[in-house]
Ligand binder design. Structure first.
Ligand code: SF4
Length: 509
C-alpha cells in the first residue's frame, strides 16, 4: 500500500474515549445473590436452584439503559396518527391485502393524503422531486405511518423512498444509471453472471417499494419522466432461458433470486423457481432477496401461501443438503416495529435463516451510533447483519451518497460491539463490474479529490476500478478541481499513478 493512503475520519462521528485501566472493584460487604436479579430471571423455575447463590464480584459497571434501546420495539398502533388509517384495527393493518390495496403509487394521491399532516411547501416539493426522479413511487400504509410528517425532510424513511426537489445535488460527472455494468455480464435478459460460482436471477422488475437509491434504477419499475427503463423481459416465458443457462454451467453453485423483489412473486412462482433451481445438481445455495420485511413485514404473518411456499423451498433444500435463505434489506431501526419482530420470529421458528444487506445512506444511517443500533436490533430479532454497501454511483440521488472515509470510520466503530458473525462487512460494489470489495481494501484513496482505487483480481486482474466520493462533501480544493472539466482526466490519472497501477486498464473510461 502506498504511504500516501489517507485513512478517513469524520467530524460527525463520536470518538471513543481513550480506554482507561479498570479500577479495582470496590469491596462489597454483602455479596449479591440471584435473588437480587430481575424478577423475570430469578423466577424462572429452571433457575430456582440458583437463588441464594453468591454472584461473583462484578468487573464491569452495570450498563446504562441507553445501551439496550435495541430491545425496544414500537408496539403502539402507530398508524392511527394518519387520518386515513385512524379507524383501522390491528387485524386490518396486519392484513397484507390491506397494505397492498392502500399502497400509494401516485404523487397526487400522496399529496392529497398529506393535506393537514405536512406543510404545503413540503407537499409541493414532493411533486417537483418526483418530476426529476429515476424511480417510481410505492408506499405501503406501514411506511406511510412510520414517517415523521412533522419533520419529513430529516426522516430516514422519507429520504429513502420519497424524492423532494429542494435537496437535489448535482450528479457527479462519473455517475451512470447502470454503474455496476450488470447488462455487460448478462447472458440472457434477467440473468447476471459475474462471479465464477454465483449468478443473479432477476425474474421480475417490480417491487413492493421503490427505493430512490436502487442500483437497478435503469430497469426497475416503469419509465419515469427522467428515465426510460431497460426492459429485461422479466416474464415467466423467458425464465427457461435463464434456467437452461444455469443448468449448462457446472461452476455455478449459488443463485440469488432478486429482481425487482421476490415479495412480488406469487406463492406458486416462489415454489416453481425454488424447485427448478434446487433440481439443478450443481446448484447448492439459493438466496431469495427482498426489501419486503422492512416495508411490509405483515405479509409474512398473513400471506400464508407465500410464507408456506418459501418455507417449503427451504425445507426441500434442507432435505437435499442445500441451503435456501432469505436476504432482506433493513437500512434503519425506524423501519423496525413489533410487527417486524413477530414476522422475523415466525421465520426463525419455521427454520428460515434471514440475512440483512444495508446500504449506507446519507441522513439515514450514516453515523456510528445509528449503524450500531441497527446491527444490534437486527441481531436481537435473529436477522444476521451481513453486508453494508457503499451507496452505488447511480444518477439522480447524489444527496444520499457518503464518502468512503465516512464508511471506513463507521466500520471502525461498529466492529467489536457484538459477535463477529453479526458484524456486517462494509463493501464497495465497485463501478464497472468489479464486484464487492472490502471498503478498506483500496490501493489508494485521496480525500481531497474523493477518488478511491480498487483492484478485483478474482473478476479481472488487468483492470482498475474507481469510486468517486460526492463532490459536495469534498473540501473546497477538491470541489474546485471537479468544477473544471479539463481537470477530470488529470484527477483520475494522478490517483492511478499514486496507487502504482498505471499498467492496468480502467474499468470505466
Ligand atoms: S426493493 Fe430492491 S430492487 Fe426494488 S427498488 Fe428497492 S433496492 Fe431496488
Amino acid at each position: 500500500m502506498s504511504s500516501e493512503i489517507i485513512k478517513g475520519s469524520s467530524p460527525d462521528i463520536k470518538k471513543k474515549p481513550t480506554p482507561q485501566p479498570n479500577p479495582a472493584p470496590e469491596p462489597i460487604d454483602q455479596p449479591m445473590t440471584v435473588g437480587d436479579l430481575p424478577e423475570e430471571i430469578a423466577e424462572v423455575p429452571r433457575l430456582q436452584p440458583l437463588v441464594g447463590e453468591a454472584i461473583p464480584d462484578p468487573i464491569k459497571d452495570p450498563v446504562d439503559e441507553s445501551e439496550l434501546v435495541h430491545r425496544d420495539f414500537e408496539e403502539d398502533a402507530f398508524w392511527k396518527h394518519i387520518p386515513a388509517f385512524r379507524d383501522v384495527t390491528r387485524e386490518e393493518f396486519l392484513d397484507y391485502k390491506f397494505q397492498n390495496k392502500n399502497s400509494v403509487t401516485k404523487v397526487k394521491d400522496l399529496q392529497e393524503m398529506l393535506q393537514g399532516l405536512a406543510s404545503p411547501e413540503f407537499i409541493k416539493d414532493i411533486g417537483d422531486g418526483m418530476a426529476q426522479a429515476p424511480m417510481n413511487m410505492r408506499l405501503s400504509p406501514y411506511v406511510l405511518s412510520l414517517i415523521d410528517w412533522e419533520n419529513p425532510y430529516d426522516d430516514p424513511l422519507r429520504r429513502q423512498f420519497i424524492p423532494v426537489a429542494s435537496t437535489v445535488v448535482k450528479n457527479h460527472p462519473k455517475l451512470s444509471l447502470d454503474s455496476l455494468h450488470e447488462q455487460e455480464d448478462s447472458p440472457t435478459p434477467g440473468l447476471v453472471h459475474r462471479y465464477i460460482d454465483k449468478a443473479l436471477f432477476l425474474p421480475l422488475d417490480v417491487c413492493p417499494v421503490y427505493c430512490r437509491f436502487c442500483t437497478r434504477s435503469y430497469a426497475i419499475g416503469t419509465d419515469t419522466d427522467s428515465v426510460e427503463k431497460v426492459n429485461y423481459k422479466s416474464n415467466p416465458k423467458h425464465w427457461n432461458k435463464a434456467f437452461a443457462y444455469l443448468a449448462s454451467r457446472p461452476e455455478i453453485e449459488d443463485v440469488v433470486i432478486s429482481g425487482g423483489d421476490t415479495y412480488m412473486l406469487s406463492a406458486q412462482r416462489v415454489k416453481d423457481i425454488g424447485e427448478t433451481l434446487l433440481a439443478i445438481p450443481h446448484i447448492r445455495r439459493l438466496r431469495f432477496a427482498t426489501k419486503g420485511p422492512a416495508i411490509m413485514p405483515m405479509k409474512i404473518l398473513t400471506d400464508h401461501d407465500w410464507t408456506d411456499a418459501l418455507v417449503g423451498v427451504v425445507e426441500q433444500g434442507r432435505k437435499m443438503g442445500k441451503e435456501v435463505v432469505l436476504h432482506t434489506h433493513f437500512n434503519t431501526v425506524n423501519e423496525i416495529t413489533d410487527i417486524s419482530r413477530e414476522a422475523m420470529n415466525l421465520l426463525f421458528k419455521r427454520g428460515v435463516k434471514v440475512r440483512n444487506q444495508s446500504v449506507l445512506i446519507r441522513g439515514v444511517n450514516d453515523n456510528a451510533d445509528k449503524m450500531i443500533n441497527l446491527v444490534k436490533q437486527l441481531s436481537y430479532m435473529n436477522v444476521q447483519p451481513y453486508y453494508v454497501y457503499q451507496h452505488d454511483m447511480v444518477q439522480g440521488v447524489e444527496e444520499l451518497r457518503t464518502r468512503i472515509a465516512d464508511t471506513v470510520e463507521i466500520e471502525r466503530h461498529v466492529r467489536g460491539v457484538t459477535a463477529g458473525f453479526n458484524t456486517p462487512t462494509f463493501v464497495t460494489d465497485v463501478p464497472g463490474g468489479g464486484g464487492k470489495r472490502d471498503v478498506h481494501s483500496y490501493d489508494y484513496y485521496d480525500e481531497v479529490t474523493g477518488v478511491s482505487v480498487y483492484r478485483s483480481p478474482s473478476v479481472d486482474e488487468d483492470k482498475v476500478y474507481l469510486y468517486f466520493d460526492p463532490i459536495d462533501l469534498l473540501p473546497p480544493e477538491g470541489q474546485a478541481r471537479w468544477a473544471d472539466p479539463k481537470e477530470h482526466d488529470a484527477i483520475v490519472e494522478e490517483a492511478i499513478r499514486a496507487a502504482g497501477l498505471s499498467d492496468l486498464d480502467l474499468a470505466v473510461e
